[in-house]
Design a binder for this molecule. Structure first.
Ligand SMILES: [Zn+2]
Length: 307
C-alpha cells in the first residue's frame, strides 16, 4: 500500500498541474508531503514535507492561526517546541507568531522572508504558563512593544528578565543562524550583558520591538537551501548600532519625515524553478490527514493581517 501511494505521488510530481492564478502560496491549504526539504532562500523559496506546529503545546501557543502559517521544516517545529518547554519551565508561555505557509513561498501582508520554513516570529511578551488564550484572543491580542522609541530605551514597564532569558536560550541553540530584534533592544543587551558569546547572533533590525524573529541555518537535508551571508565576527555592539538607534529615535521624534523605505512586497518571480512544482503538485493526502492535531482551529478562511 505504501509503495503504491509513493508511486502515485511521484507520478503526480512528474506531471505538474496548471499554475494557480495569483499568489497560490497563501491559499494552498496543506503541505506537500515528502522528504522534508527547504528550497531556495528565505526571501525566495518554498518547502516540501513541512511539519505542522500543534497549536497549543507545553509552554507555548500559536497566535493568529487563521493565517494558516504554522508550518515549517521539522527542525523549526522541534526548535519552537523546545523553546516552549524552556519558557514553560521559567513560568511563562511562549506566544508564537508566523512560521511559514504550508508550502512556504511569499506571504501577502508585509513579510519578505519566512519562505522556506526556517523562520519563526516569537513574541517577547509571555503570559503565565497556566494561561491558554482562547480563539478570539489569539486573533485579536496585540503584541506590546518592548521599547520607548523616542528615548532609545527599553520599555521597562513591559520588559522582563524572563524575556531576555528566552532570547538568550534561543540564541544559544546551535541550529539558530541569527535572531532579529529592534536595534534599541540589541543596544540594551550590549549595555547590560556580561556573557557576550550569544550577542553576535542577535542582529539589529527595524521593527521587531514586540517580537523577535528567529532564523535557522539551512538543515543538512536541504541541498537546495541557500545560506545567508555570514555576519561579521564580534558581538555587533559597534558604532553602526549606535547610529541605527539614533535613526530610530529621530524617526520616532519626527514621525512624518520618512526615515527609510518600506521593503517591497514579496514577489513570486525570484523563486527557484523547483518551487513551481511544489506549489502545483497535489498529494494523495488531504489536509485533515496532515493537520489532525489542529482541527479544533483550522481551517479558518485566510485573512490579511494588519501591518
Ligand atoms: Zn518575522
Amino acid at each position: 500500500m505504501k509503495v503504491r501511494l509513493s508511486l502515485a505521488l511521484s507520478l503526480l510530481l512528474l506531471a505538474p498541474l496548471p499554475a494557480r492564478a495569483g499568489n497560490g502560496w497563501s491559499t494552498v491549504a496543506y503541505p506537500l508531503t515528502g522528504r522534508p526539504e527547504s528550497i531556495g532562500s528565505t526571501s525566495g523559496g518554498c518547502i516540501v514535507g513541512a511539519a505542522t506546529l500543534p497549536l497549543v503545546g507545553d509552554g507555548y501557543q500559536a497566535m493568529r492561526v487563521s493565517r494558516n502559517r504554522y508550518y515549517g521544516h521539522p527542525m523549526l517545529i522541534r526548535f519552537v517546541e523546545r523553546l516552549g518547554r524552556y519558557a514553560g519551565a521559567q513560568g511563562g508561555r511562549l506566544l508564537v507568531g508566523d512560521l511559514a505557509q504550508p508550502r512556504g513561498g511569499p506571504m501577502p501582508g508585509g513579510h519578505v522572508s519566512h519562505q522556506v520554513g526556517l523562520d519563526a516570529d516569537i513574541w517577547f511578551m509571555q503570559p503565565p504558563r497556566g494561561r491558554v488564550l482562547n480563539r478570539q484572543d489569539i486573533e485579536a491580542f496585540g503584541a506590546p512593544s518592548m521599547i520607548v522609541a523616542t528615548e532609545g530605551a527599553l520599555n521597562h514597564a513591559n520588559w522582563s528578565p524572563r524575556y531576555r532569558d528566552t532570547l538568550k536560550q534561543a540564541a544559544l541553540s546551535p541550529e539558530v543562524d541569527r535572531i532579529f530584534v529592534n536595534a534599541i533592544i540589541k543596544k540594551a543587551l550590549c549595555d547590560s550583558e556580561t556573557d557576550r558569546r550569544w550577542l553576535s547572533k542577535v542582529r539589529p533590525w527595524w521593527g521587531h520591538d514586540a517580537h523577535f524573529h528567529v532564523r535557522l541555518a539551512c538543515p543538512p537535508d536541504s541541498g537546495q537551501c541557500q545560506s545567508q551571508k555570514p555576519f561579521p565576527p564580534g558581538d555587533g555592539c559597534d558604532p553602526d548600532l549606535n547610529n541605527w538607534v539614533r535613526d530610530i529615535v529621530q524617526a520616532a521624534l519626527a514621525p512624518k519625515k520618512p526615515s527609510h523605505k518600506k521593503p517591497r512586497p514579496p514577489s513570486t518571480e525570484n523563486l527557484p524553478a523547483a518551487c513551481y512544482s511544489v506549489l502545483n503538485s497535489q498529494t494523495a493526502w488531504r489536509q485533515q490527514d496532515s493537520v489532525k492535531p489542529n482541527q479544533a482551529y483550522a481551517p479558518y478562511p485566510a485573512s490579511e493581517p494588519p501591518n
